[in-house]
Design a protein around this ligand. Structure first.
Ligand code: NAD
Ligand code: UDP
Length: 336
C-alpha cells in the first residue's frame, strides 16, 4: 500500500489501519503540514517505510503497489492559503503523478476529494449530483479548484486509460493528531477551551458544518478502496450531524468545562454558509455510515489535546458542575 500524505492527520490514522490489517505500507510526505510524531510509533515495524518527498515531483519505486491512497494536500484553510500556488500544484500536478504511478502499477487509486467541490452549496444537504458553486478567483480557489481539477483528472484517466479510481468527497473530519496550530475550527476551539483562552467564532457563527470522527472516515476510505471497480465514486463521506459554528463552540465549552469566552472575528471571504452530506450513496454502495456520535468524538479529541497540552489550570475556581464535567473528562482521558 502506498499512502501519500501519510504523516498528516487522516493519513496517519489510515497508515495505522492498513498496518493493523496486515499490509505493508509505504508513506510519502513532504511534511508541509504533517509531522513525524504522527507516525513515529510505526517506524518500529518492518512493514512500514517512510519516504520524504513531494508529490509534485514524479515518483518511481522499485516495489509494486496494489493500492495507492492520495491524501497529500494541506486541508486547513490557513495552511492551504499560505502557499496557494504550491496547493494547486499539489492537487493538479500531484494528481497527474499519482495517476501515472497507478497506471504503471495497475493499482487501485483512492483520491481524498472534498466537500469544497460544492463550494457555497446551492442545495442542502449536498448530494454527489450537485455540480457546485465555487468562486474560481477567490482565496479558497487554490484548494477548491485544485481538488475539482484532480477529480476531472481521475475520471479522465479512468475513461482514457482504464485506471481503477475511487474518489471520496470528505466532509469536515476531526480527531486526535490534528495539529495544535492546524487552524481548523475543531482544534482551534478545543485548544482554546483547554487553555481558557477565547473561542474565536468567525462571523455570527450561524454558518453550519457537519463533523465526522476520523475512525469513521478511515473505515469509509477502506471500504471504498476495496469496493468493486465499478464503484468509482464520487462518494460523500461525512457525518450528517449538523451544527452551527456557534452551537459547536457551546458544545466544546460544555464538554471541557472551560471558562473561555466566545469572541467574534470577521468571517473569512467565501466561507461556505452551510454544509451537510447526503450519505445515501455511501450507505447503499458501501454499507457505510458513521458510528461515533459527535459528542463522543469530541470527548476523545479533547482527551488527546488535554494530554498533549499538559494539565492546564483553570483561570477561575470551577463551580461544582464544571468540576464534575472536568473530572469525568480526565478519567476518560487516561482510559483512551
Ligand atoms: P493534513 O494537512 O493533516 O495532511 C496532509 C498531509 O499531506 C500532510 O502530512 C502534509 O505534509 C502532506 N502534504 C501536503 N502537500 C504535500 C505534497 N505536495 N507532497 C507530499 N506530501 C504533502 O490534512 P488532513 O486533514 O489529514 O487531510 C488529508 C486529505 O484529506 C487532504 O487531501 C485533504 O484535502 C482531504 N480532506 C480532509 C478533510 C478533513 O476534514 N480532514 C476534508 C476534506 C478533504
Ligand atoms: N471557524 C471559526 N473559528 C475558527 C476556525 C473556523 O468560526 O477558529 C469557522 C469557519 O469560518 C468555518 C467553520 O468554522 O465557517 C469551519 O472552518 P474550518 O476551517 O474548520 O473548515 P472549512 O469547512 O471552512 O474548510
Amino acid at each position: 500500500m502506498l499512502v501519500l500524505g501519510g504523516a498528516g492527520f487522516v493519513g496517519s490514522h489510515l497508515c495505522d489501519r492498513l498496518i493493523r490489517d496486515g499490509h505493508r505500507v509505504t508513506c510519502v510526505d513532504n511534511f508541509a503540514t504533517g509531522s513525524l510524531a504522527n507516525i513515529q510509533h510505526l517506524m518500529q515495524t518492518n512493514r512500514f517505510a517512510l519516504v520524504q518527498s513531494d508529490i509534485v515531483k514524479p515518483m518511481t519505486f522499485s516495489e509494486k503497489f496494489d493500492q495507492i491512497y492520495n491524501l497529500a494536500c494541506p486541508a486547513s484553510p490557513p495552511a492551504y492559503q499560505a502557499d496557494p500556488i504550491q496547493t494547486i500544484k499539489t492537487s493538479v500536478i500531484g494528481a497527474i503523478n499519482v495517476l501515472d504511478l497507478a497506471r504503471e502499477h495497475e493499482a487501485v487509486v483512492f483520491q481524498a476529494s472534498t466537500s469544497e467541490i460544492y463550494g457555497d452549496p446551492l442545495h442542502h444537504p449536498q448530494h454527489e449530483s450537485d455540480w457546485g458553486n465555487v468562486n474560481p478567483i477567490g482565496p479558497r480557489a487554490c484548494y477548491d479548484e485544485g481538488k475539482r481539477c484532480a477529480e476531472t483528472l481521475f475520471f479522465d484517466y479512468n475513461r482514457v486509460h482504464g485506471v481503477k479510481i475511487r474518489v471520496a468527497r470528505i466532509f469536515n473530519t476531526y480527531g486526535p493528531r490534528m495539529a495544535v496550530h492546524d487552524g481548523r475550527v475543531v482544534s482551534n476551539f478545543i485548544v482554546a477551551a483547554l487553555q481558557n483562552k477565547p473561542l474565536t467564532v468567525y462571523g455570527a457563527g450561524a454558518q453550519t458544518r457537519s463533523f465526522c470522527y476520523v475512525d469513521d472516515l478511515v473505515e469509509g476510505i477502506v471500504r471504498l478502496t476495496n469496493a468493486p471497480d465499478e464503484v468509482t465514486g464520487p462518494i460523500n463521506l461525512g457525518n450528517p450531524e449538523e451544527f452551527t459554528v456557534r452551537d459547536f463552540a457551546e458544545l466544546v465549552l460544555g464538554l471541557t468545562g472551560s471558562r473561555s469566552q466566545i469572541i467574534h472575528l470577521p468571517l473569512p471571504t467565501d466561507d461556505p454558509r452551510q454544509r451537510r452530506p447526503d450519505i445515501s450513496r455511501a450507505a447503499e454502495q458501501l454499507g457505510w455510515r458513521p458510528t461515533i456520535a459527535v459528542e463522543d468524538g469530541v470527548r476523545r479529541t479533547i482527551a488527546y489535546f488535554d494530554g498533549l497540552l499538559g494539565k492546564v489550570e483553570p483561570a477561575h475556581q470551577p463551580d461544582s458542575a464544571t468540576a464534575r464535567r472536568t473530572a469525568t473528562l480526565r478519567g476518560m482521558s487516561s482510559a483512551i
